[in-house]
Design a protein around this ligand. Structure first.
Ligand code: SAH
Ligand code: SF4
Ligand code: F3S
Length: 471
């Protein structure tokens, strides 16, 4: 029997990848995807708990399903991902018509659990152990990485793929739920990662993005031999067909010299480094328990500029963290000015259950202050992104073409040419007039206009050697 699956995903790239994996798995069990909840017999939400807003969205989406479930009790509604692990049975309490709760470490159990429910079972729940609920070994084993072979049609584009190299996190920043929802940090075996990269390349994938919460802390030890990210990058560089290797997210303390030298030496490795500073003040960094000082971060930035001069660096910031004063906030502005990040993601602090900050600190910055600080910081960053992008005007860049741009339809309706979109090696977004045959190619494009977020260009027809490309 053919089943129809509707799946909605919020959260980070790790969640996008998890959804791909679950869909690939369910397809093997006779499921087809649908975009229409009403057509679906199975409805899954892949959830995020990093900020309250992400959870609220899912709870209200679940609220909208109440009536549908009353009319069609045979439909199966499941909640998977970080909120499933964090809230567990509370989800059944808040939305009793949910049938299934599955944590990010139990995704492989989904087809079996759905079958059990269809066979007349009641609620089913599979989650990992909490960080204090057993021996270290048992806890680790209860968070399993799930990376079955994928269907190329599920990827963001056929030419790009996420590739998991690490699960979990052991950093325990005081504001963050991830170490609780994703469990202990565990690296995947390098041989398995390389095999997956080979397979992706055979399927026509040109760009892989390695995923981990602190991807540059990657470490895998077997038979007395430890592989770190630098060694893994060298192995992946050998995979024929792969043209670009990116990796997110980096942890400042683990951005060592050897890794940076490797990044600089390997052409396929993007000199794009997302390495969140989070805050510009030592006092706040300490309250956040980030494990480094602003001086450490500055040293790291000089190390990067020194060893990888072409690097594009981006950051995350949290504004309005517990006790953040005006003066402390100003240090974030100073940092953005000092480092001139390619871009920064800025978040308003959101108190999370089960974190150290919730336990021992007071979420005392009023919402409107958080909002104002968010806007102010974003404005400074946008101004910098704008000035930095202008420097690309007149220069050729190498663009991996992803497909039509979001606004292409609008252009086509107005009788204008198709707008294609792609990215440079450093992850800068480039839009240009083109055609669908260009998708999946790496093309030289000369930039003629820029905004803080996007560059606009024209495909260059005469030969341009790779040595002249800006990154
Ligand atoms: N592992 C990555 C990012 C994880 S979450 C890292 O450490 O860099 C993505 C971003 O969400 C974080 O970088 C942080 O800026 C933000 N974030 C995490 N917890 C948050 C919270 N409680 N409130 C607001 N933003 C938060
Ligand atoms: Fe969260 Fe910190 Fe781990 Fe990133 S490093 S996932 S912010 S605990
Ligand atoms: Fe959200 Fe979990 Fe990712 S909390 S940011 S989906 S690791």
């Amino acid at each position: 029997m053919i089943h129809r699956l509707y799946i909605e995903t919020v959260g980070c790239q790790m969640n996008m990848l998890d959804s791909e994996m679950v869909v690939a798995d369910l397809r093997k069990h006779g499921y087809e995807l649908t975009n229409d909840v009403k057509q679906a017999d199975t409805i899954l939400y892949n959830t995020c708990s990093v900020r309250a807003h992400a959870e609220d969205k899912v709870y209200s989406a679940l609220g909208r399903l109440k009536l549908l479930k009353r009319r069609h009790p045979e439909k199966i509604i499941g909640v998977m991902g970080c909120m499933a692990q964090k809230d567990q049975t509370t989800i059944f309490d808040r939305a009793p018509y949910v049938d299934l709760i599955v944590g990010p470490g139990q995704l492989q159990e989904i087809p079996g659990l759905i079958e059990k429910i269809r066979a007349g079972g009641e609620h089913e729940m599979a989650v990992g152990l909490g960080r204090r609920d057993g021996s270290q070994d048992d806890i680790r084993k209860s968070h399993v990485t799930f990376d079955p072979l994928r269907d190329p049609t599920m990827r963001p584009t056929p030419y790009q793929a996420y590739l998991r190299i690490q699960i979990g996190c052991d950093k325990f920043c005081t504001y963050c739920v991830v170490p609780n929802t994703r469990g202990p940090e565990q690296g995947r075996p390098p041989a398995m990662i390389v095999d997956e990269a080979r397979l992706l390349a055979e399927q026509g994938c040109l760009e892989i993005t390695l995923l981990g919460q602190t991807v540059n802390s990657y470490s895998y030890t077997a038979d007395g031999k430890t592989t770190d990210l630098a060694a893994l990058l060298e192995m992946l560089h050998e995979v024929e067909g792969i043209k670009r290797i990116k990796f997110v997210t980096n942890y400042p303390k683990d951005m060592g010299r050897n890794l940076l030298e490797t990044i600089n030496n390997l052409d396929k490795v993007s000199p794009y480094l997302h390495v969140p500073l989070q805050h510009g003040s030592n006092e706040v960094l300490q309250r956040m328990k980030r494990g480094y000082t602003v001086e450490d971060y500055r040293d790291m930035m000089h190390r990067i500029w020194d060893i990888v001069p072409d690097a594009a660096i981006s950051s995350d910031f949290i504004v309005g963290f517990c006790g953040e004063t005006d003066a402390e906030f100003q240090t974030c502005i100073d940092s953005i000015r000092e480092y001139r990040f390619k871009n920064s993601f800025i978040f308003k602090y959101s108190e999370r259950e089960g974190t150290k900050a919730q336990d021992i600190m007071i979420d005392d910055v009023p919402y409107d202050v958080k909002q104002a600080r968010n806007n102010e910081l974003l404005e400074v960053q946008n101004e910098i992104s704008e000035t930095e992008n202008i420097k690309f005007i007149g220069k050729p860049v190498a663009v991996l073409v992803e497909g039509r741009s979001k606004k292409s339809e609008q252009f086509e309706e107005a009788g204008k040419p198709i707008q294609m979109v792609g990215r440079t090696h450093c992850d800068r977004i480039v839009v240009f007039e083109g055609n669908d045959r260009q998708a999946g190619k790496i093309l030289p494009v000369t930039i003629f206009e820029t905004t803080p977020f996007t560059m606009f260009g024209t495909v260059v027809t005469e030969h341009v050697g790779p040595e002249v490309f800006s990154l």
